[in-house]
Design a protein around this ligand. Sequence first.
Ligand SMILES: [Zn+2]
Length: 102
Amino acid sequence: MVKRAKGKGKVDPCEICGEDRWTDLAHFPKRKRNDGNDVISLCPTHHKLVDNGRVKKVEMERLWENKYSDVAGNVEGFIEWAHKNGYPYTLYDLKRKFWDRN
Ligand SMILES: [Zn+2]
């Protein structure tokens, strides 16, 4: 589980890093402009990174563990599920963009 920083805000913490002083309600896996109505709590940095497909494997693993472990048995399966449900990036996209370089 994400550890909430002590004595911080009253909003839900970021599902990836636990930041809770400022979080957005991020549309995921579908973006808002594509009629996405499922929202998760993400800090502004992770919101942008997830939206732009620049999220690292370890960050996607956090999101999968915290919120989506019921949809797939591993992070790769989670991303395939997300892509099928409207997330614009495939596992291949994420690996090519970022995962193999970090
Ligand atoms: Zn975050």
